[in-house]
Design a protein around this ligand. Structure first.
Ligand code: ZN
Length: 354
């Protein structure tokens, strides 16, 4: 992974790491809340430091870079809990089992252990004190450092204090306040803060083309970018995105009106769904007019709506809006809600038939 693959809000930290004249430091603490990209930055730093091209960035092509991606680099050592290794499927999870307990012992436990135990630290110490096998240095990753139990932390202290000159520690911590002060004080600290919302929004819109609720996702995630993405990856949890997804799938024949109506009505009131359909349709019309006048702002968040609009003409869109108004007037009457919605969605999908 190269610097260009950094999250936009961690690029500065990546650059600062390599431009810093203070390369005497052998231990770094990547500190900040979960969801800010610390683990990914640690991966990138490790790759860049191990790369044989030595150009302050991983070339992606040398022997070291290729071995690293395949999970076989002899100079990357990762200590993390069994729990994290099972739950998070990333590069570090590939390297962690080397220092975990034997699988047979692990299987006897009901739940995977959430700590980094002293045996894991003892396991890595000989590797700290031998020469690098392939690259110019060795990297020891602690992910996350607060998972070290007290004995493990104490036994790590000595190595942290006087590491060999070609050995670097990257400690990741989501809760740096829980670390032993003696551990913290031996590290150069790289603090991660919540990026500004405009930057997060731009990034999230790129990750989620077609979503119209990205700003709200960011607010729900209290500004933490990866948490906002996780919210989006989980259940589609706003009425607006549910309705939009249904419109999108219907247009592309990925669902049928009966199924879509049943799903929508399970979670939202008919009148709310119809209102959202009206809002989206009006937005499509507005974007279409803007495009005709040459004043369209093709913001990512609007792209999916613009694409739908390109497949429809104005007459269809206005007729659909009229139908929606009529359905709204009938809502709450004798007609069954699901049937009423189905008929609206049938009209929507029919507009996209060739
Ligand atoms: Zn390389």
């Amino acid at each position: 992974m190269a610097r260009s693959d950094c999250y936009p809000w961690t690029e500065a930290a990546f650059d600062a790491f390599f431009s810093s004249k203070d390369r005497q430091a052998h231990a770094y603490l990547l500190a900040g809340q979960s969801g800010l990209g610390k683990t990914v930055l640690a991966e990138q730093l490790a790759k860049a430091m191990l790369c044989q091209q030595q150009v302050d960035d991983a070339c992606g092509e040398c022997h070291s870079c290729r071995l690293l991606e395949s999970g076989n680099h002899p100079d990357l050592h990762v200590l993390q809990s069994e729990k994290r290794t099972v739950e998070v499927n990333d590069l570090f999870a590939i390297y962690a089992p080397r220092y975990l307990e034997d699988e047979s012992k692990r299987k006897r436990r009901k739940k995977p252990s959430a700590i980094i135990a002293i045996d894991q630290v003892r396991g890595v110490i000989p590797d700290i004190n031998t020469r690098p096998h392939l690259s110019a240095c060795r990297i020891i990753v602690l992910n996350a450092a607060e998972d070290l139990n007290i004995n493990a932390a104490n036994s790590l202290l000595k190595s942290l204090e006087e590491p060999p000159s070609d050995c670097f520690f990257l400690l990741i911590s989501h809760e740096p306040g829980r670390l032993l002060p003696t551990l913290r004080s031996r590290c150069n600290r790289i603090d991660f803060r919540t990026p500004d919302k405009a930057q997060t929004l731009e990034w999230l819109n790129k990750q989620l083309p077609g979503r119209t609720d990205t700003a709200r996702l960011i607010d729900s995630a209290k500004g933490i970018p990866l948490r906002a993405l996780a919210l989006a990856d989980g259940e589609i949890n706003t009425d607006e995105s549910r309705v939009f997804q249904a419109m999108h799938k219907l247009a592309n024949r990925q669902t049928d009106p009966v199924t879509a109506a049943a799903e929508l009505i399970k979670k939202s009131e008919l009148i709310e769904i119809l209102t959202l359909l009206q809002i989206m349709t009006s937005t499509i019309i507005r974007l279409k007019i803007a495009a005709r006048n040459g004043s369209a702002v093709e913001k990512d968040e609007n792209k999916a709506l613009i694409d739908l609009g390109k497949r429809l003409n104005f007459k269809q869109l206005y007729t659909f809006l009229d139908d929606l108004s009529e359905s709204k007037q009938l809502a709450g009457g004798p007609l069954d809600d699901t049937l009423a919605l189905e008929s609206g969605l049938i009209s929507w999908q029919r507009m996209f038939s060739k």
